[in-house]
Design a binder for this molecule. Structure first.
Ligand SMILES: [Zn+2]
Length: 161
């Protein structure tokens, strides 16, 4: 886990963080008023974005990360190599550099995606002010994980071609 500054990221990492920032503003969040944006990168460089979509039946709410993985899957893409997340409250303080990390359910979903892709997906957690980015990976964020491989499920037909 590396605590870095936006300026020290690679251009590809910066692009992914900026895409998450743009997606964050599309959040449908009438209940929590919390904005989360996610951007994932595929092996050919394609970037796919998503944001949180809430629902009056609170349990039906979907996080930005799972929404984005679902979008990629619907596009026939499971070759995820990196994923950026950014979050903010409705009235965040400009000088408050608070990192938003994926919830437990999203970590589990990202882990499954990583086993399908055969990649320890890089995760970038950036603050809206772009002053701070944590660079980590799903295997680091979800120790002692449980996925299709642990379940001895044959995932070969779902792997990216
Ligand atoms: Zn989540």
């Amino acid at each position: 886990m590396l605590d870095s500054h936006f300026d020290r990221l690679t251009l590809a990492q910066q692009e992914l963080v900026r895409a998450a920032a743009t997606a964050m503003e599309t959040a449908y969040n009438p209940y929590s008023h919390f904005y989360v944006g996610c951007a994932l990168r595929l092996s050919d460089g394609t970037v796919i974005t998503g944001s949180n979509v809430e629902n009056a039946a609170y349990g039906s709410t979907i996080c930005a990360e799972r929404m984005t993985i679902g979008r990629a899957n619907a596009m026939g893409r499971r070759d995820i190599v990196a994923l950026a997340v950014m979050g903010r409250g409705e009235n965040f303080m400009p000088n408050e550099a608070k990192i938003t990390g994926p919830c437990g359910s999203c970590r589990q979903m990202i882990y499954e995606a990583s086993q399908i892709a055969g990649v320890d997906i890089e995760i970038l957690l950036a603050v809206p002010q772009l002053t701070r980015t944590i660079i980590t990976s799903i295997e680091e964020m979800l120790p002692l994980p449980f996925g299709p491989v642990e379940l001895n499920v044959d995932i070969s037909r779902y792997r990216p071609r």
